[in-house]
Every structure is written in C-alpha cells, then in structure tokens.
Design a protein around this ligand. Sequence first.
Ligand code: CP
Length: 339
Amino acid sequence: MPTSAARRTLHAPELPPSPFPYHPGSLLSINDLSLDALNHVLRRATELTNEDPLARARILPKRRVALLFYESSTRTRTSFELAAKALGCDTTLVSNLSSSIEKGESLKDTGLTIRALGAEAIILRHNASGAPWWLEACTHLPVLNAGDGMHEHPTQGLLDLRTILAHLRPGIAEVGPDTLAGVTVSITGDILHSRVARSNMLLLPRLGARVLLCGPKELLPDLAANVVPGVAIERNFESALKQSQVVMMLRIQAERLAGLQLDLEQYKAAYQLTGDRLRTLAPQAIVMHPGPIIRGLELTAGVADGPQSKILEQVANGVAIRMAVVERALTTSRTGDRA
Ligand code: CP
C-alpha cells in the first residue's frame, strides 16, 4: 500500500462544476458527476436492478426517450433502450443510416425535430467529439453522451467502475477518494482513439486508483500521461500486467486510424493478452474489455472466454447503470432538484 502522502499525489482533485448552464440531468462527461452524484448513480443502479420489474416499469411511465445514433453500436444502444423501457419509458431510435440525416439534415435540426415530437431526453452517439454539448445547447433537453468521437464514453466508465467494485470492493456502501487506493488498472491498446480510456482515466484516479496506459507510440503518444494525476505510461506490456489488479484491453479502432499503418503481427507479439501472459503475470487480475472484442488480435479467445474475463458482466452492468442515468435525466429539474 502506498503511504498516505504518496496516495494523495495519485488523486485527481474534485473538479469544479461546469460553468456552462447545461441541464443538470445531462451526462456529457464523467466529470459532470460530483462524488455525491456518482454515489447516487451507483446506488440507484443497484436499487433499480433489485426492484420488482412491474414496480420498476411504473417509475417513468410513458416518458419519451430518443436514441440518436450516428455510429454503430450493439451494447450501448441496446442497453440504453432496455434500461429506459425497464423504467416504463417509450423509446424511439433515430439512426444516421435510416433517417433524414442521410439527406443532409443537421444535428441541430434533427435534435429540434426530436424535441418537437415530444422527446424529453436524448441519448446521443456521434462520431464528432463534443457533439453532445452542441445538441444540449440547441435543444435544452437532458442529453446522455453514449460516446462522442475520440472524446468520452461516460456510462462505459460508470459500468466499468461498477464491475471493478463488485470484484475488488464487494459490498462497499459508497465510494470516496481512497476507495481504490492500492489498485492498479492497466489499459492496453488503442488509447489515442479511445473514448473509453479517456472516461476511465478521468474517473478511476478520483477514487484513488493508479491507471497505467500501455501501447505503442502510434496509439499512445507520450503526451497522454501528463493529462491527469494518477495516470502513467508503461510501454512494456509484461511489466504493466505484473502491476495490475485490473487488466483492461482495447480494440484497435480501424475506423479512426486515418491511414496509420500498423504491423499487426508485431502488435500482437508485444501487446496481445494471451493465456500464458495472463497466467504467468497477472493470475489474480480481472480482465475487462468494453467491446466489441476482436478475438485473436488484442486478446485470445481462451482469455475472452476464460475465468478471469468479466466482459459479459460489464455488458450486464450497462443496463443497471443506464437505468440510473436515464432516471436521473428525467427526474432532475433545470434547477437541479430531483422529483
Ligand atoms: N462498449 C461499447 O460502446 O460498445 P458498442 O459500440 O457496441 O455500443
């Protein structure tokens, strides 16, 4: 365990609230959540999961939630939809592939149209970093960021935290600045293009965790380590594994490489999570991945299906967390009061 002085240097300070007058039910960045708000979301995720399904469906009856997706998604889209429906909401999906977005309609006009149709909250996935802020500013509705470009994926950070707590801090009542003291989480792969890495880098050090970023320079520039206290670069995968209680692997995002050529055989030799590496270097660690996984590239099929893998638990935790953030979006007034 680090000394208390050393631990203090790992903690990112509590961030001040956003100076912009966004809807307090929105979740645009993981930094929007104070420690109190974070604990509220984690607590409600558990309470709503344990609630009787019929009672749960009466929490937000017939409230209207729109899912606006400009990028493909399996986990996030499905779990947001199931979460909203579990609370009794009506949901509608607007996808860039089957809507007037294909005809050139802007994000602003699409958002205003969805609002005019009665939507009370919008869940947005967009390929442009910052798009949720623009949608919020245009519609004044609560907006939940379901992944914006290479920027953030706050609900993924929350479901990852719920998964980590379940294994490393089971039964904990609430989180605080020391909850994950002594825990090292390595994140390996395409850090540069990863909104998941960014949300986790912003969240986990606030709870005392040390985050090690691992990958080649093309996917992890040196600059990345200086952004947040408690985050460091470890280029050697074996060394990162030896230090980790949580091993988080990332996909190489081919859709964002923009001409960058990677030698995949070299990449696998240096960074693939194999059964041998896991058994030898991190036999007690949990293995996580936000998905979609590419078997045989960033990890082997044996690791993905093995006993240390918590990948499908992460998926299930997505529904719990998204019920809590949808409820928060629809029950928080503009003044910040909760109904
Ligand atoms: N983790 C994640 O965002 O997965 P999807 O792209 O399938 O939603």
